[in-house]
Design a protein around this ligand. Structure first.
Ligand SMILES: [Zn+2]
Length: 228
C-alpha cells in the first residue's frame, strides 16, 4: 500500500490556498484520474485528507494509530505528503538510501516527457513538524515533492489572510497532478519498492543520525529511552 495525503484544515484567518488547498486538490486530482483508468495498479493506493494538522498532526497520528491497531502498518510501503506544494519541481528522498536513486530515475523519466520540468531533487532536508512525521516514526519511507513556487511569495503569506487563490496558477495544479501522479503510478506498479520500512531500532538510529531527537522530545514524540 502507498499512502498519499494532504491536510484539509487551515488557520482561522487564512483562506488556505497554498497551505493547503493545493495539496488537497492534487490528492483529489490524482485519485480521480487513477480511479478512472481501466487498469488497476499492483499496489493499493490510500488517498487521505488529514484533519487538524495545524493543531498538532491529529489526523495523521490517528491514521497511523488505526493502522497499528488493525495490524496493517507493515503494509504501508511508502508515504507521500503534499503540504504547501505548488508547482512541484522535484522530489525529496528524505535521506532514505534506495529512495535517492529512485527519485533520480523518476526525475529523468518525467523530464523526458516534460521539457519544462526543473528536476531539482533533494536528499536530506525535511521538516519533522508535518503529517509525514507519524509515518516516519514507524520507519516508513517518505517522499516529499519539492515546492516550485518562489519562496519570497510563499513565506510571507502562509498562515495569514494573504494565502489566497490568486497566488495559485492553474498550471501549478496541472504540474502537480502530472508530476506527482507519475511518481505515484510508478511506485504503485514496481515489483519491489526501492526502500524498505525500518524496524524500531533502525528507526531510532535513523532519527539520532539525522539529529531529530531534540525536536521529537519537544513534541513528546521521542518514544525511545530518554538517555541515548
Ligand atoms: Zn500545511
Amino acid at each position: 500500500m502507498i499512502v498519499i495525503g494532504a491536510h484539509l484544515d487551515t488557520w482561522d484567518l487564512s483562506p488556505g490556498a497554498i497551505d493547503n488547498g493545493v495539496g488537497v486538490a492534487t490528492v483529489m486530482d490524482i485519485a480521480q484520474h487513477l480511479v478512472s483508468l481501466p487498469k488497476k495498479p499492483k499496489r493499493t493506493i490510500h488517498f487521505i485528507l488529514f484533519a487538524a494538522e495545524e493543531q498538532g498532526l491529529f489526523g495523521s497520528f490517528h491514521n497511523v494509530d488505526l493502522m497499528v491497531e488493525n495490524k496493517q502498518i507493515d503494509n504501508i510501503k511508502y508515504m507521500i505528503n503534499i503540504d504547501m506544494m505548488a508547482n512541484a519541481k522535484g522530489f525529496n528522498s528524505v535521506g532514505h538510501k534506495g529512495t535517492e536513486q529512485f527519485i533520480e530515475m523518476v526525475g529523468k523519466h518525467i523530464a523526458s516527457l516534460d521539457s519544462t520540468y526543473p528536476n531539482i531533487n533533494e536528499h536530506k532536508k525535511f521538516n519533522p513538524g508535518v503529517d509525514h512525521k507519524p509515518y516516519m516514526l514507524q520507519g516508513i519511507p517518505v517522499i516529499l515533492p519539492v515546492q516550485g513556487m518562489d519562496p519570497k511569495m510563499v513565506r510571507p503569506t502562509y498562515h495569514t489572510d494573504r494565502d489566497t487563490m490568486d497566488k495559485v496558477k492553474p498550471e501549478y495544479l496541472e504540474n502537480n497532478f502530472r508530476r506527482i501522479g507519475e511518481l505515484i503510478t510508478i511506485l504503485a506498479n514496481l515489483d519491489s519498492v526501492p526502500a524498505v520500512k525500518m524496524d524500531d531500532e533502525q528507526t531510532k538510529q535513523w532519527m539520532l543520525k539525522h539529529n531529530f531527537k531534540e525536536a521529537l522530545m519537544r513534541t513528546n514524540n521521542w518514544r525511545w529511552e530518554a538517555t541515548s
